[in-house]
Each structure stands twice: as structure tokens, then as C-alpha cells.
Design a protein around this ligand. Structure first.
Ligand SMILES: [Zn+2]
Length: 393
């Protein structure tokens, strides 16, 4: 999204999202619409049979708390302004106030006159949420009845293409998207993948018959993208203002001459590819690369306040990046944006086995919901139909 489209701070939220009953005399139409469409409940003790009630509690956590201002809580979720204004509405004989308003947008509500819940979601995690719900389709299973052909030589025909078509679900929105031949995906701006490596450990590709002397004399061996970045830092003062990941925004890699040049056109962002914590030093080098500006050598990357540290990990500690286990919580969170729970669990197990965590229970408390995100789905799937008869889901 464009920066000015993101509603980056709480001040941007209030003009777009309201969670209060408007003053009836100021805007009677809006007051009517909010009362009719945007009031949750009554639930709780006043109405135990409300569909939102689970174990005698409102599953949507209404009524919310009063709040004089819109704020963002410690986990990054918005708490909308709900002033104790005294404005109330009657629903099924119960008086409800601002604590029971479902967040809405004034313009949308007036235009469409329907229940439209609008929420501020400005986290990378929201993307996973969106994709999960748009693409998963309803839960389903394919069951096949057939005569067991044991004892005959007939082999069961396994038509994978047919299976793929049978089990592919396209929702109405995806179907119309494809009928209108809209683009299914595109990427802007271009992303440059930035390789990095420990000293003397960059990848060298060569054929099995190549002469070792020739291989070592190849220009690519002496000048990796990563090494050339540090070399340019030696002579370009502007370059030294950037971290490695920021570098492609201002410089472009010239493949022919194997060097970085000042970027004149096109927009590109850089991404330093991720490495597992289990890999050790490369992982800590990557952390430093996201902080250090303009280093001219590996030593400079390991230098903090003028002191050269023996390892990248030590330098991370000296910079205060590993004082607690938050780094590992962040690593699991970051991985959760693109990885399945099974991977996250094995990452956590690796951390335990390598004795990396100083307080494993702290990391567990902060991440168990990510590690077990699929657990309910998995349990539902454990029915007594043989696995082979399941459709892909
Ligand atoms: Zn409720």
C-alpha cells in the first residue's frame, strides 16, 4: 500500500472508523442507522441465548471498555474511542451504550444501509489471515465407494488430474475474478533478493569438468553482490548511509561489470533472505545487516562502539539485540507469516534442542497460539475415513 493510504497512526483511524453512538440531534440519520445495524447484542446476562454466547461469555468480547481515545494496544490491535458520552439505544428492552457499538465507517453505513463492520488492520499478519479465509473454501471431504478388487489383478486407476479437478474449489469471488480475466498476481515494486555469506563462504557455481584455477579466477568469485556492497561503501559516502536491505532503493547491481551503480530509474526494494536460527552465525550476521549502515568489511559489521567482537552473535549481544528472548519470539512470528505451523513447531523444537533460549517458557507463552494455529482444524479432520479418500483441501 502507498504510505499515505495506510492510516499509519491512531490519529488517522478516527476519521475513518467510529465505534460510538452519534448524537441524535446532530445526525439523526446516522443515529438511526447505527442503532439499527451496528449495535451488538444485547448479550451476556441480559440475553444468554444470544448466538455470540459461548460458555456464558460473549465470544466477540462485548461489551467493550470505555476509552476516551483511540489507542493501539501492546499486541498491535486497535482499541477504538468509546467515550462514556451518555448516548444509549434500546434493544430488546435493554439499554446499550457505546460499549456495544460494532466499529463502522460513516460513509459506508450511510451509503449501503447495512451491517458493515470496519476494522483497522495494519499488520503483516493480516495478509495471512486474508489469504487463509479467501482461499481455503469451506471444509469438505471427498468419499468414494468402490468394490474392493482384492484377489483380482485389476489395478485401481489413480487419475491425479481428475482428482485435482474434482477437489479444486473456486469461490464465487475467485470465479468472477477469473471470468473477467483480471490479473491473478503481479508484483510491484520489483524485489531484489540480497545474498549474504560469512567470510570466504559465498556460493560458487561450477561444472564438474571445470579447471579449479579457472573457477577461482572467475570475476563472480572475487566479487559477490554482498562483497561489492562493502567495497562501494569504501569510496561512496552516500552509500554508507544505507543498510544492506535499503541499498537497492538507491543503487542498482550491474551484472555485466559486477558492481553497484547509482540507480537512475525504476523502483526496487531489497530483501535479505531469511536463515534459520539453527544455522548459527549466518543468522546473527543477518540481524546485524538489518542494523549496520555502510560497513566496509566483515570486521566493521562486528564492531560495536569501536570494539571489534569475535563473533556476530557477540556483536548482537553488545548491540542489545539479544538481551532477552524477544529475538526468538520475533523470529517465530516472522516465520509465521509464510510458514505452516508444522515448520514453526520444528523451529521451536530446534531452539530447544540447541539450548538457544534462556527462557523457553517465555517464548512458548508468546508464541503458542502461532505454533498451534492448526490444531482445531487438524482435530476436525481426524475422522474415521481412511486418509487416502480425502480430497485436497
Ligand atoms: Zn455478544
Amino acid at each position: 500500500m502507498k504510505v499515505d493510504h495506510k492510516l499509519p497512526t491512531v490519529d488517522h483511524i478516527d476519521p475513518f472508523i467510529s465505534a460510538e453512538i452519534p448524537d441524535k440531534s446532530e445526525d439523526p440519520q446516522l443515529h438511526y442507522l447505527v442503532s439499527k445495524y451496528m449495535i451488538h447484542g444485547p448479550c451476556g446476562a441480559a440475553n444468554l441465548s444470544c448466538p455470540c454466547m459461548v460458555d456464558n461469555k460473549c465470544s466477540k468480547r462485548f461489551p467493550k471498555k470505555f476509552s476516551d481515545h483511540t489507542i493501539i494496544d501492546s499486541s498491535g490491535f486497535p482499541v477504538y474511542r468509546r467515550q462514556d458520552s451518555g448516548h444509549t439505544v434500546m434493544k430488546k428492552g435493554v439499554q446499550l451504550d457505546n460499549r456495544s457499538v460494532v466499529p463502522y465507517n460513516k460513509g459506508l453505513l450511510k451509503r449501503y444501509q447495512a451491517h458493515i463492520n470496519v476494522e483497522w488492520c495494519n499488520q503483516a499478519g493480516s495478509i495471512k489471515y486474508l489469504f487463509k479465509y479467501i482461499n481455503k473454501g469451506p471444509d469438505r471431504a471427498t468419499a468414494v465407494l468402490y468394490t474392493d478388487s482384492t484377489g483380482t489383478s485389476n489395478q485401481k486407476i489413480n487419475d491425479e488430474i481428475k482428482q485435482y479437478y474434482d477437489c479444486r474449489y473456486i469461490s464465487a469471488c475467485e470465479a468472477s475474478w477469473r471470468i473477467f480475466a483480471n490479473e491473478v498476481h503481479y508484483r510491484y515494486p520489483a524485489v531484489m533478493r540480497l545474498p549474504f555469506h560469512l567470510p570466504g563462504q559465498h556460493n560458487v557455481v561450477y561444472g564438474e569438468d571445470d579447471d579449479i584455477e579457472d573457477v577461482l579466477n572467475k570475476p563472480s568469485v572475487a566479487s559477490s553482490i554482498f562483497l561489492q556492497w562493502m567495497r562501494l561503501n569504501e569510496r561512496d559516502e552516500e552509500a554508507r548511509k544505507l543498510t544492506y536491505v535499503e541499498f537497492p532503493t538507491k543503487y542498482v547491481w550491474n551484472l555485466k561489470d559486477r558492481c553497484w551503480q547509482v540507480r537512475k530509474r525504476y523502483k526496487t526494494v531489497g530483501r535479505v533472505h531469511s536463515v534459520s536460527i539453527a544455522s548459527g552465525e549466518p543468522y546473527y550476521l543477518r540481524i546485524l545487516l538489518n542494523k549496520v549502515r555502510g560497513p566496509k568489511s566483515f570486521e566493521e559489521i562486528r564492531t560495536v562502539n569501536g570494539q571489534v567482537f569475535p563473533t556476530f552473535k557477540d556483536a548482537c549481544y553488545a548491540m542489545g539485540l539479544l538481551d532477552d528472548d524477544n529475538e526468538y519470539v520475533e523470529a517465530i512470528k516472522e516465520a509465521s507469516f509464510e510458514a505452516h505451523c508444522r515448520y514453526l513447531r520444528s523451529l521451536f523444537a530446534t531452539l530447544l534442542l540447541t539450548n538457544t533460549l534462556s527462557r523457553p517458557e517465555f517464548v512458548w507463552e508468546k508464541t503458542w497460539h502461532l505454533l498451534g494455529d492448526d490444531i482445531l482444524f487438524k482435530r476436525r479432520k481426524e475422522t474415521h475415513i481412511p486418509e487416502s479418500n480425502f480430497g485436497g483441501n
